[in-house]
Design a binder for this molecule. Structure first.
Ligand SMILES: Cc1cc2nc3c(=O)[nH]c(=O)nc-3n(C[C@H](O)[C@H](O)[C@H](O)COP(=O)(O)O)c2cc1C
Length: 236
């Protein structure tokens, strides 16, 4: 499809390329009383041989949400605190903005509100997609297929819309301190699952790199991670 080809080119221009890009996904939780609560957590967007998908292990809030919702946002940022916080904790409501995808082309009066959320009846405002206000750039994605296995689900996705929140920030230079925070977050999620000591050693290795090479915000990201690691180790 022409539209899909154009969107893939836009993805590349946005800085997301083939392989796995680790971005912070924002989704809507199931309705809590009268209001929706948003969720944010890092996940890998896999792009291989013209196929784009997520591989979500069951048990996360994001996985639960993506089994129900057909739209989500992928947030691009080099803020290490956002990566560490969204991996292990919830964000405050005021850290989310809401993107209103597709409203211009959709005649709600004629067709009703079901189409975007896959639900019986939701208002246009309720069908909007949460994103992180502090991200640099955001890609809105549609889910186009789900393949469920026992422990995980593969969700095929397609880019649908692109939002630039910080036009002056045109990408970033590789900083080992920042990337080490992201690596350490991944290792701590694996330690939580397996309790394998090798992950604690890897986390300490990455902390050392952040101390040497990181920026102030990267060291603050390590502080969030250390707090979480201490909580986990204290429980054992
Ligand atoms: C950089 C990064 C990438 C991750 N990628 C995945 C992934 O592709 N699939 C997955 O199931 N979990 C992944 N995780 C783990 C989830 O982010 C983690 O389980 C998180 O706590 C889920 O939060 P939630 O319950 O709010 O969705 C990743 C973690 C990090 C730090």
């Amino acid at each position: 499809m022409r539209e899909t080809a154009e969107n893939l080119e836009k993805m590349r221009n946005f800085g997301i390329s083939e392989g796995i890009s680790e971005l912070i996904l924002t989704t809507r939780n199931d309705r809590n009383g009268s209001k929706y609560v948003s969720n944010a957590a890092p996940f890998g967007i896999v792009w291989k041989n013209d196929r784009m998908f997520l591989h979500l292990f069951k048990g996360s809030k994001t996985c639960e949400n993506m089994m129900r919702e057909n739209l989500f946002a992928a947030n691009m940022t080099d803020d290490a605190v956002l990566y560490a916080t969204t991996t292990f904790y919830d964000l405050e409501d005021d850290e989310f903005g809401y993107a209103e995808y597709g409203y211009a082309e959709y005649d709600y009066a004629e067709y009703g509100y079901a189409e975007y959320a896959g639900e019986e009846s939701v208002s246009p405002k309720e069908a909007s997609i949460p994103y992180l206000k502090n991200a640099d750039r955001v890609v809105l994605f549609k889910c186009v297929g789900r393949t469920e296995a026992e422990d995980s689900v593969i969700i095929d996705i397609e880019p649908a819309d692109f939002i630039v929140l910080k036009p002056d920030k045109a990408g970033f230079i590789f900083n080992r301190g920042f990337h080490s925070v992201v690596e350490a977050c991944i290792h701590l999620t694996r330690y939580e699952l397996t309790k394998d000591q090798k992950y604690v050693d890897l986390i300490r290795h990455h902390w050392g790199i952040t101390q040497r090479c990181g920026r102030k915000r990267d060291k603050e990201g390590v502080a969030v991670l250390r707090k979480k690691m201490n909580e986990i180790l204290d429980r054992e």
